[in-house]
Design a protein around this ligand. Structure first.
Ligand code: PGA
Length: 248
């Protein structure tokens, strides 16, 4: 049985105090669910303090990005060693906003992936096509390239999570229908099968892009959807708690 992950990506939102208050309320209002992991991804400035709030709970901590070196003269960057030291278990890599605004390439993302794995972090590799690419009939080709290049030389030795996040669905209120998402997840699993054989059945594939309390249940009913990566709706306690309490 693949594990289910409900992830809250806070992006560049919440000052330290606001982040602590949100984490605290989420902790107060949720209980562990069998085979479901909740992971919060606050900005770097709140990782440590949110981590402390979550310490005695079932909720896990993750970072939104990292650099691939362990340390050195890389002004403004954060290393996987630093993330581990504040209690992160996961790290999001290759989010479409990183690809778009910070020109992150598949090659860079792949370097980060190997570095994260080496330090014992579980990478959540984000992939997804733009609207133009989908309308041009290129969605599968783009996703295949991102998955294969992002996972280059991985060989299935350590745990990796994939998040399918169609760019046209992120922050737009336009969610992929469960059918569209499910079809792409199935396609991604076929690629994983090609790469690592039967191990592909154990890799969780999350969906991301305008996940809300009123569409989470239908998405989670799909067998190929093993969880959700939530942006906007993870910033409010009630909506994120409702998403976490999805029903199949
Ligand atoms: P959204 O963001 O839920 O606000 O669409 C999802 C994401 O970018 O991870």
């Amino acid at each position: 049985m693949r594990k289910i992950i409900i992830a809250g990506n806070w992006k560049m939102h919440k000052t330290k105090g606001d982040a602590e208050a949100l984490a605290y309320s989420i902790k107060e209002k949720t209980k562990p669910r069998e085979n479901v992991e909740m992971v919060l991804f606050p900005p770097f400035t709140s990782l440590e303090s949110v981590g402390k709030i979550l310490q005695d709970s079932f909720i896990l901590l993750g970072a939104q990005n990292m650099f691939y070196e362990k340390e050195g003269a890389f002004t403004g960057e954060i290393s996987p060693v630093m993330l581990k030291a504040v209690g992160c278990k996961y790290v999001i890599l290759g989010h479409s906003e990183r690809r778009k605004y910070f020109q992150e390439s598949d090659e860079l993302i792949n370097r980060k992936l190997h570095s994260a794995l080496e330090e014992g972090l579980i990478p959540i590799l984000c992939v997804g096509e733009t609207l133009e690419e989908r309308e041009g009939g290129k969605a599968e080709e783009v996703v295949e390239t991102q998955v294969k290049n992002g996972l280059k030389n991985w060989e299935g030795k350590r745990e990796v999570i994939i998040a399918y996040e169609p760019v046209w669905a992120i922050g737009t209120g336009r969610t992929a229908t469960p059918e569209i998402a499910s079809k792409m997840h199935y396609f991604i699993r076929e690629i994983l099968k090609e790469l690592v054989g039967e191990l592909s059945q154990e890799i969780s594939i999350l969906y991301g892009g305008s996940v809300k309390p009123d569409n989470v249940d239908e998405l989670m009913k799909e067998e190929e959807i093993d969880g959700v990566l939530v942006g906007g709706a993870s910033l409010k306690v009630d909506s994120f708690v409702r998403i976490y309490n999805f029903s199949f």
